[in-house]
Structures are given as C-alpha cells and as structure tokens.
Design a protein around this ligand. Structure first.
Ligand code: VGL
Ligand code: ZN
Length: 219
C-alpha cells in the first residue's frame, strides 16, 4: 500500500472529497469564442475522473451581456489587453459564455450525470470571477466554500479549463480557505497568455496546492 491515498482509500470514494469540474463549455472548446488549445482533449478524461468520485460539482462561466471582462465593453480596447478595474488588473476577453447562449452550454460530450451542484460564476456585470470560490475582488463569495463545509468536505480536486485561469484561481482559493487541494493536471488545458501558465503553477505551489494525475485517483 502506497501513501498516495492518505486515508487508505481512493479519493473519489471518500465522502469528504469532491471533484470540481471547471468550465467544460462550448465557448472554451475548439470553434468556441475563447477556445482553449486542446480543450476537447480533456472531456473524456474529466468524465473518467468524475466517474470515480462520489461528490462532483460543475462550474459554469455565466456572464451577462456587456460583462466587464469583455473587450467589447471597453471602447478602444482589444481582446487580451489588460486594464485596471477597481478590484485590480483584468485581462479582456472576447465575448464568451454569455448567459443562456449556445456558447455557455456544457459540451454535449460532458457525461457527469451524478454532479450534485452547478456553480455559475462571473454573473455580476462589474466583476469577473475566475475562481469558483470568490469573485475577482477576492471578497465576494460564490457560496461554494460554505456548501462544501456544510457537507463535511475538506478535500478538493480540480480538473477542466483553463489551467491558468479558472482552475488555478479556484485551486489557490480552495487552499487558502483550508481545503486540502489537488489539481489533476492531465485533465486540464491552459490558455497560456504571456507566461500565465508558469505563473499559475508557481502561485498554486506557493498556496500548497498539489499536482496529481488521473492515474493517481485509481484505487
Ligand atoms: C476563463 C477566461 C475568462 C476560464 C473564464 O474558464 O479559465 N478564462 N473566463
Ligand atoms: Zn469568463
């Protein structure tokens, strides 16, 4: 018996663990408004990871039209520019995951029927939310931390899109709020804008986030 399952069981079967599957939405996949390179490669892997977990939460980027993170909301700005907003620097994106549009839907290849909760984030017009725990002002909660704590969950695994934005910010916040936090690295893909992926891994390591692989989840 190795020590890779400290509680002596595969993490997915542990009622105190959850897999958070991040933003497997049409706009983040090839052909989408903000396609993450290779994003489609993780769909089957995330389905497999989720099948091994008793507790699964899905996240869904879900912006109102005219959202502050859209370049189109800032005259004279282009996608991938960075601007200063009241809560800090904000990368501007193409319009994506607009509430109730086809691009905001989960991919048809997502097959996680036992997911227990869907957290929609980025729903406030003036604040972005990469993290599924706290919005980009770092203080407005989504409620996920309370939900997990209420259920006695103390261990978070993350997979999905994009490694360097929504996965990383969610992982850092989970670790900061006391969850034992793991990113399933082969179940994620990155946008990688100006070194954002290296910075994300460094930020996650500094916060105490562990990197694991899909094979590590097996019993
Ligand atoms: C994301 C950029 C903008 C993500 C969401 O899911 O990583 N990235 N909105
Ligand atoms: Zn977004």
């Amino acid at each position: 018996m190795t020590d890779r399952h400290p509680r002596g069981r595969a993490p997915g079967s542990d009622p105190r663990s959850v897999l958070v599957v991040v933003d497997l939405q049409v706009d983040f996949l090839p052909g989408g408004a903000l396609a993450v390179p290779g994003g489609h490669e993780v769909l089957g892997l995330c389905n497999r990871a989720a099948a091994s977990f008793r507790n699964v939460v899905l996240t869904q980027d879900w912006h109102p039209q005219g959202h502050a993170s859209f370049a189109s909301s800032h005259p004279g700005r282009a996608p991938y520019d960075t601007i200063a907003l009241p809560y800090g620097p904000q990368v501007l994106w193409p319009d994506h995951c607009v509430q109730d549009t086809p691009g905001a839907r989960f991919s048809a290849h997502v097959d996680i029927p036992h997911a227990q909760l869907i957290i929609r984030k980025g729903v406030h017009a003036a604040i972005d939310s990469y993290s599924t725990f706290y919005e980009a002002d770092r203080t407005t909660p989504t409620g996920l931390s309370g939900y997990l704590k209420d259920r006695g969950i103390d261990t978070v695994y993350l997979a999905g899109l994009a490694t360097d934005f929504c996965v990383a910010w969610s992982a850092v916040d989970a670790a900061r709020h006391g969850f034992s936090t793991h990113v399933v690295e082969d179940c994620c893909r990155a946008i990688d804008l100006d070194g954002s992926l290296d910075k994300a891994w460094a930020d996650m390591a500094a916060a105490g986030v562990r990197r694991v692989r899909l094979d590590d989840l097996a019993a």
